[in-house]
Design a protein around this ligand. Structure first.
Ligand code: TXA
Ligand code: MG
Length: 347
């Protein structure tokens, strides 16, 4: 792949125009969303989508989310049942992704949806993302703007670290305020949670008036993953990571949460506190940045204090479980097969 001169621009009306032109020319544009930075390509342009998979080194059986400006645009691509419509009307624009049946005349090609007859759709709430989508007009596929196997980016600097030379443009709109990816629901009959995320499960359950299940892990009749992003650990930090730590071993890094640290916290080589006040929303916003900082240090083990598994804490724990999962050397097939599908998605 020839190196591209990746341009970084501060968000402005001129930057929106640059993003629009680059997308129209089949280019790759990273831009902020309220959850994490996305790497955008014209969803209707197969060669742009192919370039996107290559830039991320993402396996092409892992489908992409199509981002659109509003519900009307989503209606042109996918079929909404009553629950999907209710959720979209209540929570869009926002950090919610709906997996829906793809319409027959959907302009998003099979490469973007990995040959599935469903499509993941999202209307983001971040003003820069909204301006780009409104200016461009076509749907934009946008996975998190990280190299596959890295943690999702919450700043333009993170995107630059992973993708400089591989993409055309980075629009810098400051830190992504939420910090973990969208909640993904499948609305294909009975609404199911595919990925815990920025919108708490309880919010969805209140709207629907019932509990939602978590999608069964496995493959469908065509032997495709039911939720392809549920593959085994994608984010593989250099350091080992252990969750629910109540003690700290000498030389470990401590990823703390809340005002009360473990009694032996002084053993830690480094301490980063996700939220001194013990607030989950603040912890989510700091999570990926702190994981990147610790990953860039010479630390060999990270002890993570317990995080309550409620509200956005469910998504934080999901991402930490992926980071803690046993990993395999790059290129090894062990552990990458369908038999190791597990809940949660980082990709
Ligand atoms: O917050 C977010 O959702 C961010 C921002 C940029 O919008 N995007 C994001 O995209 O997290 P990505 O590609 O990193 O994760 C999307 C996940 C993938 O793991 C993929 O497997 C799953 O969504 N997905 C996409 N289409 C699907 C489909 N038709 N059925 C089931 N899962 C799907
Ligand atoms: Mg991702």
């Amino acid at each position: 792949m020839p190196a591209l001169a990746t341009v970084i621009v501060q968000a402005s009306p001129g930057a929106i125009e640059q993003a629009k032109s680059a997308l129209a020319a089949g280019g790759l544009v990273a831009f902020p969303t309220e959850t994490v930075y996305g790497l955008g390509a014209d969803a209707t342009n197969d060669s742009a989508v192919a370039k996107l998979y290559a830039a991320k080194e993402r396996p092409s059986f892992n489908p992409l989310i199509a981002h659109v400006a509003d519900l009307a645009a989503a209606h042109r691509l996918a079929q909404f049942d009553a629950e999907a419509l209710k959720l979209a009307k209540a929570l869009w624009p926002g950090p919610l992704t709906l997996v829906l049946p793809k319409l027959h005349d959907c302009s998003v090609g099979p490469l973007a949806t990995a040959g599935l007859d469903t499509i993941a759709m999202r209307v983001p709430g971040h003003p820069v993302a909204r301006d780009i989508l409104a200016a461009f007009g076509n749907p934009v596929v946008a996975p998190s703007a990280n190299r596959s196997g890295r943690v999702s980016p919450t700043s333009a600097r993170h995107v630059q670290a992973d993708l400089a030379g591989r993409i055309d443009l980075i629009v810098d709109g400051g830190a992504s305020p939420v910090g973990v990816e969208s909640t993904i629901l499948a609305c294909l009959g009975r609404t199911m949670l595919l990925r815990p995320g920025a919108i708490p499960r309880a919010t969805v359950e209140q709207l629907l008036g019932r509990d939602i299940g978590t999608a069964a892990i496995g493959v469908d009749a065509t032997a495709r993953p039911v939720a392809p992003g549920m593959l085994a650990s994608h984010y593989a930090p250099h350091a080992a990571l252990r969750m629910n730590a109540v003690t700290v071993a000498p030389g470990e890094a401590l990823l703390a949460f809340g005002p009360t640290l473990p009694r032996d916290a002084s053993n830690a080589r480094t301490i980063l506190n996700l939220s001194d006040r013990g607030e989950l929303v603040e912890a989510a916003a700091n999570l990926f940045n702190y994981l990147r900082i610790l990953d860039g240090s010479a630390i060999s083990s990270i002890a993570v204090m317990p995080i309550p598994d409620e509200d956005i804490g469910e998504a934080i724990n999901d991402r930490l479980r992926h980071a803690a999962a046993p990993r395999h050397p790059r290129g090894s097939t062990a552990g990458g097969g369908l038999d190791t599908l597990r809940p949660g998605i980082i990709a």
